[in-house]
Design a binder for this molecule. Structure first.
Ligand code: NOJ
Ligand code: CA
Length: 682
């Protein structure tokens, strides 16, 4: 009887196993994630299972071309090779010094079954915390170049569960400077990445991309199935997405997966999919804190342009240098120092920016010497207002100028509406490009490499999205790429950031890498509670942001007088480092709250930062991240009893306690509130 059963099932399974022969699978090192590649009706597909349950159902693969057939159909899928990789590497600076890269790799070929028999490979890497795949087109006979017009990569979520998606629209006028929305996946029509998903059973996932080099960034668009999103490459102004020379490889399409929200925050998948440091010794890239002649322009009390209220005067820059020196900050950003701000600079009407000519009341040699005397670096600023063609023409002179004055860090800016970056084509005509297209990707890397040659680090605003290239080019020190503090200023026409904005960033934009958010405004209401321009948070929330929103450079933007009004709270900003030995997201709920612990680099001190969104919440935080057996002095900055972002943002308490790894910190955090703690090892 037993024999018969086995015999029967073998017979029944025969047709299935023939089909399975074309299924090629690869699992994560812990076996929880599994990717399966297969073909159906001569089309290539993949699907993903997590914890034995479908996460992505069959989702299409392939690229579309202009002059050759699409490699999306009439395809045969075959396994090419497999690999297992485990390595450990170190970041020169970062949120985590040591990073573990452990993954299984599968390379498959997609070959056209009809002439021309072209071949495209797809490389999958499966980690415990997610997957990455990219297209690789090997050199093949008769083909040297290819114009890619589309990416067929789909992310088709399995139907079983309800899925909530936290995201902003793709290809929006304001680029990435939008307010994040949480909606059912079926209501996402377009999305920029990272976009983050929460399944009703608690599984979390996020789609993004890694190592965007000489390729077009993608956004996501909904397909015929409302739970399926498809990659949409950002085209050049002539409609082609990627102008590629064979052999080529795309950026990695990534799907981070975890069974909790904090699992996503503790993932290093994006960095692991980037190439190692190509710059060698980068000891000249310095994390740190900086102030600047900046917030005063956003408060509209001073101007970038010349005139009676010009911000970047010798006197005001010196005062900022004194402020930095007196409180131990490293740099002073100066905006509005160069000719070109008078007139409608945003629309490039009137004069062009000069990157070497200063306004008359700004004396670069004197100020850099004054800064040097006081141990403070001037931080440079290159606003392009989207005229990238001009910036590229002047780039070498612009960087040489700053290098000649001892500047080690430059903030760049690409203020322009989406598809507003000016390029000059071969015929000399102006064309306008997206911030995330292939041309922009190449522009950013050109700036990074030219800057590296002069030992200058770059902090780009209105940038291309972060895809982890700081690993390969560690002088790409930070960037903006979301609504930062500037949206809470008088000048922000589009409305201030809502109280839960910062915590939504944690679960979306911050998954891609450091952000120059510029936290730490102390004058939260200017001039009073009823003004539309205000910061919708408590004061302690501002402190906590230095721990929560990771960046190796953090600004201290507000006026000296406002910090000196609350010197006890200001102490936290003076103490908090910007470079970490390790970071752990301890607790959190997507778009609601988060708790991070980070250990200072080369120190035994730990810092803790927590923020909430719209709701107050009681936190119980076990301190088991501290060294067992050691005792610490905890300097606790917390919201007071009546604190609320709306009507009592200044209600805060500072207290000191002795704690150890066995303790649980119990704290109430207000709506729009925060918690900031320094643990000093005794
Ligand atoms: C937008 C940037 O994000 C902001 O920081 C800067 O001050 C202005 N552009 C002017 O360059
Ligand atoms: Ca901006």
């Amino acid at each position: 009887m037993r024999f018969i059963t086995i015999f029967l099932s073998t017979l029944l399974l025969l047709p299935v196993s023939a089909a399975q022969a074309r299924e090629i699978s690869v699992a994560s090192p812990d076996g929880k994630l599994q990717v399966t590649v297969f073909e159906r009706a001569s089309r290539p597909y993949y699907r993903v299972d997590f914890d034995g349950k479908p996460l992505l159902r069959e989702s299409r693969l392939g690229l579309e071309f202009r002059d050759i057939p699409n490699l999306t159909e009439t395809i045969e899928v075959a396994e090419v090779s497999r690999n297992q990789i485990e390595s450990r590497w170190e970041q020169p600076w970062g949120e985590q010094r040591r990073i573990h890269d452990h993954h299984n790799e599968l390379l498959v070929s997609l070959t056209r079954t009809e002439a021309p028999k072209l071949e495209l490979n797809v490389r999958f890497r499966v980690f415990d915390d997610g997957i990455g795949f990219r297209y690789e087109m090997p050199a093949q006979r008769g083909l040297t170049r290819a114009n890619v017009v589309g990416d067929m990569s789909e992310f088709g979520f399995a139907d079983a569960a309800d899925i909530e998606a936290l995201h902003i629209d793709g290809q929006n006028r304001d680029r990435y400077e939008l307010v994040y929305r949480s909606v059912p996946l079926e209501s996402v029509h377009t999305a920029a990445t990272p976009i983050t998903f929460r399944r009703s059973d608690g599984v979390h996932a996020s789609i993004h991309e890694a190592a965007l080099v000489d390729w077009a960034g993608f956004t996501l668009v909904q397909r015929h199935n409302p739970k399926t999103l498809r990659a949409q490459l950002t085209p050049w102004s002539d409609g082609i997405a990627v102008k590629a020379t064979l052999p080529f490889k795309s950026s990695w399409r990534t799907l981070q997966v975890a069974d909790s929200a904090v699992g996503l925050l503790n993932s290093h998948l994006i960095l692991n999919l980037n190439e190692p440091n190509q710059l060698g010794d980068v000891s000249w890239v310095n994390p740190g804190k900086y102030t600047g002649v900046w917030w005063e322009m956003h408060r509209q009390e001073y101007t970038w342009g010349s005139g009676d209220n010009h911000g970047a005067t010798n006197e005001r820059v010196k005062a900022r240098i004194d402020f930095a020196a007196d409180y131990g900050f490293d740099g002073v950003l100066v905006e509005g120092w160069n000719v070109g701000w008078d007139g409608n600079w945003i629309d490039n009407e009137g004069v062009d920016f000069s990157f070497t000519e200063t306004y008359a009341d700004f004396d670069m040699p004197m100020l850099s010497a004054y800064g040097a005397e006081r141990g403070v670096k001037i931080i440079g600023h290159h606003e392009t207002s989207g005229n990238v063609a001009l910036y590229e023409d002047k780039l070498e002179d612009a960087l040489d100028y700053y290098a000649g004055h001892g500047v080690e860090q430059i903030k760049t800016g690409y203020v322009a509406w989406a598809k507003g970056l000016r390029r000059v084509d071969e015929k000399g005509f102006s064309r306008y490009e997206w911030h995330d297209g292939q041309w922009s990707a190449n522009h950013h890397l050109r700036v990074i490499k030219e800057a590296a040659e002069r030992k200058i680090a770059i902090n780009a605003h209105e940038p291309i999205k972060d895809t982890g290239l700081r690993r390969t080019y560690p002088n790409w020190i930070s960037r903006e790429g979301a609504r930062g503090m500037e949206y809470n200023s008088v000048g922000a026409g589009a409305g201030v950031n809502p109280p839960d904005h910062d915590v939504t960033l944690v679960y979306t934009r911050m998954l891609s890498g450091p952000m120059d958010f510029t936290p730490g405004v102390f004058d939260l209401l200017y001039p009073d509670l009823d003004t539309p321009a205000r910061v919708k948070s408590t004061l302690v929330h501002q402190l906590a942001l230095y721990v929560v929103l990771y960046s190796p450079i953090q600004m201290v933007p507000d006026y000296r007088q406002f910090y000196e009004r609350y010197p006890d709270a200001f102490q936290f900003i003076r103490d908090v480092p910007t470079d970490w030995e390790q970071s752990i997201a301890l607790q959190g709920v997507m778009a609601d709250h988060v708790v991070f612990a980070r250990q200072e680099r080369d120190s035994s001190d730990w810092y803790l930062g927590a923020i909430t969104g719209n709701e107050a919440r009681k936190l119980d935080v076990p301190l088991d991240f501290l060294d067992a057996g050691a005792s610490y002095t905890a300097q606790i900055y917390r919201d007071g009893k009546s604190a609320h972002w709306d009507d009592a943002p200044y209600d805060y308490v500072i207290e000191e306690k002795r704690v150890d790894a066995g303790d649980v910190l119990k704290v109430r955090v207000a709506a729009g509130g925060g918690l900031a703690v320094r643990f000093i090892r005794n």
